[in-house]
Every structure is written in C-alpha cells, then in structure tokens.
Design a binder for this molecule. Structure first.
Ligand code: BES
Ligand code: ZN
Ligand code: ZN
Length: 510
C-alpha cells in the first residue's frame, strides 16, 4: 500500500529517494524544476538537452543529485505541449513513473500541479500510479512480489507545493479507487479461462459485493432455465463449465429508477462449432472484458457512494464446441420470448447479452449500457485504442464519450444504421445472429437493439481497447480494464445531476 502525503515545502527541501519533475516540449520547465536547478546550482536545461531530452511525452531522464538537495535522485519526465497538458497527461506520466520507480521507497513530485485543476490532476496522478504499478504475477512459479528484485519498494508519495486540503486528499483517494477497480478488472481479464470460469466470476462478484455492501444474486443454470434465459444457456451448453448470471444492485438514491448496466462475460470464446483458428483464439480468455469492467465499475461505485441507483445483470458463459453445444441453424428463445437463429456460433456475445438486456429492460431503468468485446469489425473500424459506441439515445452516447475522454479511455460513435436491419432478418426466427460480410459492429448492435424495448440504450464495443496484445510504454501486455473507468466517471457525472454524492463537492480549484 502506498500512502500519499501533501507538503507545501519546496521540492528542493524534500527528503525523498526520488524526486519526479515535469518538463514540457521545448524544454520548458514544469513546476519545481527552476527551484531545484537554483538549489543545485546546476543548469538543468543544458543537462537535459545534452541528455537528448526534448520534453516530449514519454521522455525520461534520471540523474543523481550528488547531495546538493535533499532528494537522492531526480527523474525528469516529458509531458509534451504545455498548453495541452491536463489530468490525462498527468495520469499517463504517472503510469510511466510507477513502472520506473519501483526501486524507490519515497517518491516526491510536483506533477499534480500540472493542468487546470489541482484536484483533477491529483486524481489523475494517484490513478496513474496505481495503474502503472500493476503486475500480473500469480502464475509465475514464485510470484514476483516475493522476490527482492522486482518487488515494488514504493511506500510513500509526497505531492509537493500544496498544503493538505480535504479536496486534494479526497481527489487522491478517488484516483486510487478508480485505479484499483480497473486493476481488479485487469486481473479478471488476465486470469486464464481454465480458472476464470463463469462460476469463478460469480464467486468473485459475490465476495466483492459482500465486502463493499452491494446486493448480489447469482443465477444458476437451473434458475436460468426457469427464467427463460435461452441465449445464456445456449452459448454455455457446449462447455462443462456451467453458465451464470450475476446480478448486482447499488442503492444510493432511495427509490429513484436505476441506471442498468451489463457486460459480455464469455470466459473463453473458442467460437463454438463455428470454431476459430488458433491465432484469433489466443486472446479469447479476454472475451469477458465487458463483464470485468462492469464488475469493477460496481465495486468503485460502492466505494464512492454517489447519489444514484445502479443495477447490473452480467451474463457469463463459456463458448465451447462440446457434444451438447448449439449448432448453426439452431433457434434460441431469449428472456422475454424473442427468438434468434444462430447461423454462426462465434457470434455468441449478442446471444447472451440479449437475455441480459431483456431482463434489465423489465426493471424500467432510466438507461441501459452494455460493454462487450463484441466484434472484430469494431477493431477494424477504429483500431485498438478506441471503443465504438452505438445506441438509441444521443445524449447518453455523448455523456459516455465525454466520460471516456475525461479518464483517458476515448471512444467514437458509429451509426446505428437501421437500413442494415434487413441483414439480420431471419426466415424462421425473429432475428438471426449474423449479418452480411460488412458493417459487422453495426449489425451486432442492431441485434442487441431488438432486446432493449424502448429504454434509452448505448452499446460499447470494446473489442479493441479491452486488452493490449503488445505492451506500450504505459500499458503492459494484457487486460487494460477498459471501459471500467469510463463507466465509473459516467455514473458519477449522472449522480452529480441528482445533486449530490458527486465527486465535485467543493473539490474544484477554480
Ligand atoms: N469475441 C469475438 C470478437 C472479438 C474479436 C473480440 C477480436 C476481441 C478481439 C466475437 O465473439 C466474435 O467472434 N465475433 C465475430 C462475429 C462474426 C462471427 C459475425 C467476429 O467479429 O468475427
Ligand atoms: Zn466473443
Ligand atoms: Zn465469438
């Protein structure tokens, strides 16, 4: 556990193992850099220039202080253009710092002074540190945590240049909550499907709910049968690992109608009888990224306690080609009675989500949001950084996009082009589960739309950003937690509209 401290002393007077100082594009000094240069009687700008530092995002430079100031080492981090620097810049820098500062017990920095709002930047800083310190080591012979060399020594972070205020302390804590929730989602995504079965996700949800005071009900296979959840049962029928539906409720606003959320929880997507090839199957343990993000959001909301009601129904199933698997041509009857013709068992996400959406729409929510690693087509359209969003409510879509931008998980809208509805017309059922070759992200969304009734709804296709196939300089390989932080921020923003419990009660600097 890292503790955060705020201090109003000068960065030159802080005893720390590492002092992290920002610099902007063109070597414009960030907060604290000049003071430190003066105290050290050193021309830091020339030293940085000689070291090849330009101040671009991702630039780093480490140097010893040779006893001239109290800190032992300095880490200069580039933040890019000063005018563009905001809480997202700070978060990203903190992610990079966390990866580089694991040897140091005490780290001091002025980074949170960058950007328009000290509270937002402090939040981004804490969140970035938590995200950047993430390691997934459970499956090593000896978890790296036990070995001397890679164990993070980081104990204390001192934010220099501000007196401690309630607002700043709260912002730091909120950043930790966001980061820890996303890291939990990353753990769930990274856990191999051998272990992360539907029952495992349900047990994790149950533990989390007990710890954080959420109402939780797990639907077993028999209960799903009685409830008419033919999509979840159908997809899960080819696996010995039985499907589950995880139901969670957070109540922060009396009897007000809730926001409803769901997420695709396919614990492994082999494709079923429409079997995938080996390479596209490599990452399919991550096909429950939407479920993981939804669980993580519920956890964070339980901790943040905003004034709002949120319900979740998360369908979990393993898509396997066992002897009892569904076949191309089969027809499933979903919750609420609508039927779908399964022409490709690899288009399974929509089949389980259909049941969850129909179930949630029965609860008369103000809106339904689903997140899903639903289509390769969304990745073709927008690449790996951006999720796609489609839905029936422009305001909801705009709010999700703006929440995503605030937390550094950006998305982009694709059209819910109703002309393409004809491509999922079935001759024997109400709808079929594949369209033609093109516009696959859109036809998938149009399929989902059949099950939401007239509730305002948005669908986030997170097949690209949910996991990183290759490491970048601020994400290791594996789950990213996306779009957990987007969902948390969206819910908090909606709660603010309810006039309370929101994040901004007096925390904005001006
Ligand atoms: N889980 C996949 C989508 C996916 C692809 C997620 C790449 C993450 C990375 C989904 O179930 C799937 O297989 N979709 C098919 C749909 C097709 C059969 C209509 C696809 O996208 O090819
Ligand atoms: Zn899938
Ligand atoms: Zn699939």
């Amino acid at each position: 556990m890292t503790t955060f401290q705020l201090s109003s002393s000068s960065p030159a007077n802080i005893a720390a193992d590492l002092l992290v100082l920002p610099v902007f594009e063109g070597l414009k000094p960030g907060p604290g850099l000049r003071e430190v240069a003066t105290a050290m009687k050193a021309d830091l700008t020339s030293i940085l220039a000689d070291g090849g530092v330009k101040g671009k995002q991702g630039d780093t430079f480490t140097m010893p202080t040779l006893g001239r100031i109290k800190a032992k080492m300095i880490l200069v981090v580039g933040l890019g253009q000063q005018a563009e620097a905001d809480a997202n810049t700070v978060r990203r820098a903190a992610q990079r710092i966390a990866a580089r500062s694991s040897r140091f017990a005490t780290v001091a920095t002025t980074l949170h002074q960058v950007g328009a709002s000290a509270a937002d930047s402090a939040h981004g800083f804490a969140e970035g540190l938590v995200l950047g310190a993430y390691r997934f080591t459970q499956y090593k012979e000896r978890p790296i945590d036990e070995t001397a060399i890679e164990k993070s020594a980081l104990k204390k972070v001192i934010l220099v240049g501000n007196r401690e205020t309630k607002a700043l302390k709260a912002a730091l804590r909120r950043g930790e909550i966001y980061g820890e929730a996303a890291n939990w989602a990353r753990d769930l995504v990274n856990t191999p499907a051998l272990d992360a079965t539907p029952a495992f996700l349900a047990a994790e949800a149950k533990k989390m709910a007990a710890k954080h005071g959420l109402v939780c009900k797990i639907w077993t296979r028999a209960e799903l049968k009685r409830g008419g959840f033919g999509g979840i049962l159908g997809v899960g029928s080819g696996s010995i690992n039985e499907p589950r539906l995880i139901e969670l409720a957070y109540r922060g606003d009396g009897n007000a109608p809730p926001i409803a959320v769901t997420g695709k929880g396919v614990t492994f997507d082999s494709g079923g009888l429409s079997l995938k090839e080996a390479q596209p199957m490599e990452w399919m343990k991550a096909d429950m990224g939407g479920a993981a993000a939804t669980l993580a959001m519920m956890r964070a909301i339980a901790e943040l306690k905003p004034k709002i009601n949120v319900i979740a129904a998360i369908p979990c199933a393993e898509n396997m080609p066992g002897g009892s698997a569904i076949r191309p041509g089969d027809v499933l009857r979903h919750r609420g009675g609508k039927t779908s013709e399964v022409l490709n068992t690899d288009a399974e996400g929509r089949l389980i989500l259909a049941d969850a959406l129909a179930y949630l729409s029965e609860k008369n929510p103000v809106a339904i949001i689903d997140s899903a690693t639903l289509t390769g087509a969304a990745v073709v359209a927008l690449g790996e950084d951006l999720w796609a969003v489609m839905g029936s409510d422009p305001e909801l879509i705009a709010a999700l996009r703006s929440a995503g931008e605030e937390v550094g998980e950006p998305g982009w809208e694709l059209p819910l082009w109703t002309e393409y509805r004809k491509h999922i017309e079935s001759t024997i059922a109400d709808v079929k589960n594949i369209g033609n070759r093109w516009g696959g992200a859109i036809t998938a969304a149009l399929f989902l739309k059949e099950f939401v009734g007239d509730v305002p709804w948005a669908h986030i296709d997170v097949a690209g950003p949910a996991f990183a196939e290759r490491q970048t300089d601020y994400w290791p390989r594996g789950g990213t937690g996306s779009p957990a932080r987007t969902l948390i921020r969206y819910i908090e923003r909606q709660a603010e509209k309810n006039g309370g419990g929101g994040r901004r009660n007096g925390s904005r600097r001006g």
